[in-house]
Design a protein around this ligand. Structure first.
Ligand SMILES: O=P(O)(O)OC[C@H]1O[C@H](OP(=O)(O)OP(=O)(O)O)[C@H](O)[C@@H]1O
Ligand SMILES: O=c1cc[nH]c(=O)[nH]1
Ligand SMILES: [Mg+2]
Length: 208
């Protein structure tokens, strides 16, 4: 299993707009939505397919179809900002939700909500969250999803700190990780530097 850092020019351009502290809610959401579509293409590159016979208007041929259904799992709240873009590219995807709140004092993640489609164990599961900071939220979310039966899991994050990547690689060597941009470090409050601030607050306008 692998970690991929995308460093894609279009994503970097849009992400730079999101990073700007003066970018408002509307533009922040719009750019995240656009980036999600680009990430969906990249994250799904390695999904398994099987041969299927198809008759074109010209002749019969062997085509391909996905082996498993796809389930998107946004980590609430900020992961919700990636769902519409992924669904645009994968309209048949089912969506499960897991709520993880990072205790801002201890930085420990706590699950507060979970609801999944019943085919979790037979699906390709793509967990999405814009921020991979300490890695605690994503790692705990994946542990909880595995406990509910998920076997084929990918994690897609917009911005990651090296610390978060190391945690996912250590805790979940079976999970493919796709990150749009690798930042420098975490600060003393567990925020990614340079990062983009609190993704959930910027997405939902709760930054007071
Ligand atoms: O890697 P970690 O150190 O765990 O931090 C990353 C988590 O922090 C943010 O969520 P937050 O807890 O702020 O919740 P929110 O999405 O509701 O704002 C972010 O969306 C990740 O889930
Ligand atoms: O930089 C960070 C770290 C955790 N969560 C965020 O939203 N941003
Ligand atoms: Mg937040």
């Amino acid at each position: 299993m692998a970690t991929t850092i995308l460093n894609h020019p279009l994503i970097d351009h849009k992400l730079t707009i999101m990073r700007n502290k003066d970018t408002g809610t509307k533009e922040f959401r719009q750019n995240l939505d656009e980036i999600a579509m680009l990430m969906a293409y990249e994250v799904t590159k390695g999904l398994p397919t099987k041969n299927i016979e198809v008759v074109t208007p010209i002749c019969q041929m062997t085509g391909k179809e996905l082996v498993r259904p796809i389930i998107l799992v946004p980590i609430l709240r900020a992961g919700l900002g990636l769902v519409d873009g992924f669904k645009t590219i994968i309209p048949t995807a089912k969506v499960g939700h897991i709520g993880m709140a990072r205790n801002e004092a201890t930085l420990e993640p706590e699950e507060y909500y979970a609801k999944f489609p019943s085919c979790l164990d037979a699906a390709d599961v793509i967990v999405v969250d814009p921020m991979l900071a300490t890695g605690g939220s994503a790692s705990a979310a994946i542990v909880n999803i595995k406990k509910r039966g998920a076997k084929y899991i990918k994690l897609a994050c917009l911005v990651a700190a090296p610390e978060g990547i190391a945690v996912i690689e250590r805790d979940h060597p079976d999970v493919d990780l796709v990150v749009a941009a690798l930042d420098e470090k975490l600060n003393e409050k567990g925020y990614i530097v340079p990062g983009l601030g609190d993704a959930g607050d910027r997405l939902f306008g709760t930054d007071e």
